[in-house]
Design a protein around this ligand. Structure first.
Ligand SMILES: [Zn+2]
Length: 321
């Protein structure tokens, strides 16, 4: 990989935070982050196996040796975030993998994780997007409890349990930049939907652990630290957080209402109706935000998430008390 490729694949923010485009499904869809300390560096989110050479390329271009990667950190073990962890750990011999207590065993033995993802998405999507998951040796995995901290080359990272999108999810607070690495807890904000009014944001409710009450509480937990930035996996750094948090809360409720409206409907038919409702809701909200994309281009940006969000809402409808 040459420097021009690296420039295209990475965005440098202030304070030693670099977003690396993982290449998952399309450009600017999923990020991994480098967090640079004094003499050592962490990788937050690994993307998939196919993302590992991109991370290695940006590390090398910035002068980091593989031995200087002290931590590989996963916000949760969904495979767009963690699918490359085993491969990356093989390439970074001094790194410790930091993961939520509920996710740790799935990194040591990824067979159940793979089976679960195959069950939700099907073999065709699995084989195309993810490939073989490499186990991480147990001795190199550290489960991080709620409130634990680590030091990285002079900067301190705090780990906070953040359920709602998944029960195996934590967010990571970087005191140096007053920013949270939010994984999927603080929703999705694609740069294609930026306007003069700023970024647009909406929640991710993917299967199988969406919990709206927990998600509302986790968003509040993040906002309680008075953050300056959120580093979203999907995609990049956002500010203007009071507005975005209010929008996220409102859209969690809106998505729940889209599901509630279909209680008692034929399970064979309700998914299509919910996808249409969510598309209309997002089309209306982004238009009000000033987005002027043609319908086809807009659909390219949001449709994959609408499909997954509706799958998660249907699972939630079928399994809530
Ligand atoms: Zn994700």
């Amino acid at each position: 990989m040459n420097d021009a490729d690296n420039a295209l694949n990475a965005i440098e923010y202030a304070g030693g935070v670099i977003a690396v485009d993982s290449g998952f499904t399309r450009p600017q869809m999923a990020a991994c982050y480098l967090l640079e300390g004094d003499g050592e560096v962490a990788v937050i989110e690994t993307g998939t196996n196919a993302s590992v050479p991109r991370i290695e390329g940006v590390l090398a271009a910035r002068g980091w040796q593989p031995e200087q990667v002290r931590y590989v950190i996963l916000t949760h073990v969904h495979l767009d975030h963690a699918g490359g962890a085993g491969t990356l750990m093989q390439r970074m011999p001094q790194a410790t993998l930091l993961v939520h207590p509920r996710g740790a065993r799935h990194m040591v033995d990824p067979s159940r994780l793979e089976a679960g993802v195959r069950a939700v998405y099907g073999d065709e999507v699995y084989d195309r997007d993810y490939g073989t998951l490499v186990p991480v040796p147990e001795a190199r995995v550290r489960a991080m409890d709620d409130g634990e901290r680590v030091e990285l080359g002079g900067r301190e990272l705090l780990f906070r349990d953040s359920p709602g999108h998944a029960k195996h999810h934590f967010c990571v607070w970087d005191e140096a930049t007053r920013g949270w690495f939010t994984g999927d807890t603080f929703g999705l904000s694609y740069r294609e939907l930026d306007t003069a009014a700023g970024p647009f944001i909406f929640p991710t409710t993917t299967p199988v652990q969406f919990d709206p009450e927990a998600l509302h509480a986790s968003i509040e937990m993040l906002m309680a630290s008075d953050p300056q930035y959120m580093y979203l996996t999907h995609f990049g750094r956002v500010g203007d957080l009071d507005r975005l948090a209010a929008d996220l809360h409102a859209r969690v409720d809106q998505f729940v209402a889209i599901a509630d409206r279909r209680v008692g409907d034929d399970p064979e038919l309700r998914g299509e109706a919910m996808r249409a409702d969510m598309y209309e809701a997002l089309r209306e909200a982004t238009t009000a935000h000033g987005v002027r994309l043609q319908a086809d281009d807009f659909r390219q940006v949001v449709w994959g998430d609408i499909v997954l969000n509706v799958q998660g809402l249907e699972f939630w409808l079928d399994h809530r008390d």
